[in-house]
Design a protein around this ligand. Structure first.
Ligand SMILES: C[S@@+](CC[C@H](N)C(=O)[O-])C[C@H]1O[C@@H](n2cnc3c(N)ncnc32)[C@H](O)[C@@H]1O
Length: 195
């Protein structure tokens, strides 16, 4: 499987620190202690940060190699995170309705196909409690270059995917740290509240 194979090495998004955009949400108080889910958590830096800041944190990823790396990291740092191998498009098999106060997404939405996007939005909506918060970081269409993947997403695409199920608070310009050169890419940060 593609996602499991990429974690045999170090993929470009696998930086050894949480994404600054999520760190800022903790500093600003937008992310508060609560039941938090990191979808497509990879090797777990963002989920571990949530746990270190008072959240009861769960991370889910399709790639077993990513989850085993995340578990080792959390153990070495003496942090408790519930890491789960699973498909975000089938979270109804794993989590109950309204199980989480917060969902964060660092680079998962931007790998979804057009067909997957509505399923994805419904799954995120389902696992959040009423008025639960969804924070999503994705590559933005302001990022220059010829490459096709991952997709660079427009504000209009974010709105059309999420606005029927979520109240969009803001879509801000920010950056996505990576191991590529230059090391940060133009990104959007979505803050949304479940309807
Ligand atoms: C761009 S990476 C970002 C990883 C991590 N959030 C980070 O910031 O390092 C996208 C992640 O989503 C995972 N993924 C892709 N499709 C998925 C799905 N349908 N369900 C769960 N995880 C998925 C991949 O295995 C990968 O770890």
């Amino acid at each position: 499987m593609f996602w499991n194979d990429v974690y045999k090495g170090t993929p470009p998004w696998d930086v050894d620190h949480p994404q600054p955009a999520f760190q800022a949400l903790i500093q600003s108080g937008e992310i508060k202690p609560g039941r938090a889910l990191d979808i497509g958590c990879g090797r777990g830096e963002n989920a571990i940060m949530l746990a270190m800041n008072g959240c009861n944190a769960t991370g889910i990823d399709l790639a077993e190699n990513a989850i085993s790396g995340a578990e080792v990291k959390a153990m070495e740092r003496h942090v408790k995170v519930n890491f789960v191998v699973g498909n975000v498009l089938q979270m109804d098999r794993l989590f109950t309705e309204g199980e989480f106060d917060i969902v964060i997404d660092s680079g998962l939405f931007h790998v979804m196909t057009d067909e997957e996007r509505p399923v994805f939005a419904r799954q995120v909506h389902r696992v959040l409690k009423d008025e639960g918060k969804y924070f999503m970081l994705c590559f933005s269409d302001k990022e220059p270059g010829e490459y096709e993947l991952p997709r660079r997403v427009s504000k209009a695409e974010i709105e059309s995917t999420f606005s029927s199920l979520f109240n969009i608070i803001y879509i801000k310009d920010t950056v996505f740290d990576s191991l590529l050169s230059p090391s940060s890419r133009k990104a959007y940060l979505l803050s949304a509240v479940r309807n």
